[in-house]
Design a protein around this ligand. Structure first.
Ligand code: HEM
Length: 433
């Protein structure tokens, strides 16, 4: 359990977190305890234990986040809740991310990826930085459909990025600190969202139902509505959940493709066949085509496994719970370790090798959890995958790219792992495409 109060927090923050968790798993087995950030914690590196906490006994483990993060995103955001309120909001979010909705988004995602790559042409830019912009735009598209004017979108973007910058800073409210600036920008975001909601209520339903209309039009059996606070916290929550996650995975895919020229050629061949069947870009990429990219899809799954950008999640035991003879005391934090499971040779032989062909066969149940599991699992997973497939299609069919100034082997945590400096890359548009 480490030092009194501090536990092993210092060790976690001074070494590679993957080494921290994997060395302890090696020493103590798949279930062990420690003390982090002032809390006693139980670590679970077995698929069965993760399923117990996240799926079969989820009611005994509530989501838990630091209070400063909760304040920044908004306490009414669905991921902080359990029970009826969570179920109600989750249904609304899930329905706006359902396949019928995503299918309609293909042209808009395609033009956003195309425009982003065009603006990168001939320049060296941080991949992660560019991917953050792309995934933010995709978040906006999901929430507001195509119905947000440029002025409001720019205002949301400007303030959102201030919040984003302060999100992982020390929660110090002194004027001028990143945290304080973020809190002020958060307030402005709520005001802008309030105006947009007012306008939407006034104008009525949009033809293509987006997430905002689902929130604004929702009524329970007694006619109660969601409050403005609940809606804005959930909109900011979805933007947060969608952005750095998707951007980190996109960055890793660029690196993995760059590092394996043979694999890149094979992915390119798969994508060129689609590109040529679309008259070399004269006809648009379709939803059906995004469903028929087997190799690119395996590359995507293997990137999710290798990078495991969400290494673990946190829950808190709401009662004393017994699991396989272990007591998990009430109030202790419980951390299913996704990355350890993804890097266990029992489930993924030679786990440190990037090998997309391992996904030709489905992984064993509960061993592949890049989007979590159970009631809080990621409702945006299909959108994230769609964005990634479309981006890869445009990247490999129309551009050549090279990593610049780094071999990409060093990793930064922001807080998700990304290659150092966000992977600086130079891109060129290939002639004649
Ligand atoms: C590759 C990109 C993504 C990854 C790896 C990812 C991963 C995850 C994971 C692991 C969770 C579960 C966390 C837990 O159980 O504590 C989660 C939850 C969530 N994700 Fe994602 N996510 C991604 C993209 C997205 C996108 C694009 C959206 C929305 C447009 C989104 C929205 C959400 C929401 C709202 C939750 C909370 C669900 C709930 O509490 O019921 N995510 N995500």
């Amino acid at each position: 359990m480490g030092w009194p109060y501090f536990g092993e927090t210092f060790q976690l923050y001074t070494q590679n977190p993957n080494v921290f968790f994997s060395s302890r798993e090696k020493r103590y087995g798949e279930i062990f305890k420690t003390h982090l950030l002032g809390y006693p914690c139980v670590m679970l590196a077995s698929p069965e234990a993760a399923r117990f906490v996240l799926v079969t006994h989820a009611h005994l483990f509530k989501p838990t986040y630091p209070r400063s993060k909760e304040r920044m995103i908004g306490p009414c955001a669905l991921f902080f809740h359990q029970g009826d309120y969570h179920t109600k909001l989750r249904k609304l979010v899930q329905s706006s991310l359902a396949p019928e909705t995503l299918r309609r988004l293909v042209p808009a995602i395609d033009s956003a990826a195309t425009a982003m790559l065009r603006s990168w042409d001939g320049r060296v830019l941080s991949t992660f930085h560019e991917m953050k912009k792309l995934s933010f735009d995709m978040g906006i598209l999901t929430i507001f459909g195509g119905h947000l004017d440029k002025y409001r979108r720019d205002e949301l973007k400007k303030n959102y990025f201030v919040v984003d910058k302060g999100y992982n800073s020390l929660p110090n409210k002194f004027p001028g600190t990143l945290y304080n600036k973020a809190i002020e920008a958060r307030r402005r975001l709520r005001d802008i969202l309030g105006e947009i909601m007012e306008e939407r209520r006034h104008k009525g339903t949009t033809v293509d139902k987006d997430l905002l209309s689902s929130f604004v039009e929702w009524r329970d059996t007694k006619g109660n509505k969601l409050t403005d606070e609940q809606i804005s916290d959930n909109i900011i929550g979805v933007l947060f959940a969608a952005q750095d996650t998707t951007a980190s995975v996109l960055t890793w895919i660029v690196k993995y493709l760059h590092d394996d020229p043979k694999l890149l050629d094979a992915v390119k061949a798969e994508q060129m066949a689609i590109y040529e069947s679309n008259g070399c870009g004269r006809q648009p990429l379709t939803w059906a085509q995004t469903r028929r990219m087997p190799l690119t899809h395996w590359v995507l799954l293997e990137s999710l496994r290798m990078a495991s950008i969400i290494s673990f999640t946190f829950r808190e035991a709401v009662a004393d719970v017994e699991y396989e003879g272990y007591l998990i005391p009430k109030g202790w934090k419980v951390m299913p370790l996704f990355r350890n499971i993804h890097h266990n040779p029992k489930f993924f032989p030679d786990p440190h090798k990037f090998n997309p062909s391992r996904f030709e066969i489905s992984p064993k149940p509960n061993t592949f959890l890049p989007f979590g599991n159970g009631v809080h699992s990621c409702p945006g997973n299909e959108l994230a995958k769609l964005e990634i497939l479309i981006f890869v299609h445009r990247l490999v069919t129309q551009y050549r790219f090279v990593v610049v100034g780094t071999d990409g082997s060093e990793v930064e945590y922001s807080p998700f792992p990304v290659p150092k400096l966000g992977l600086p890359v130079r891109l060129w548009r290939m002639p004649g495409v």
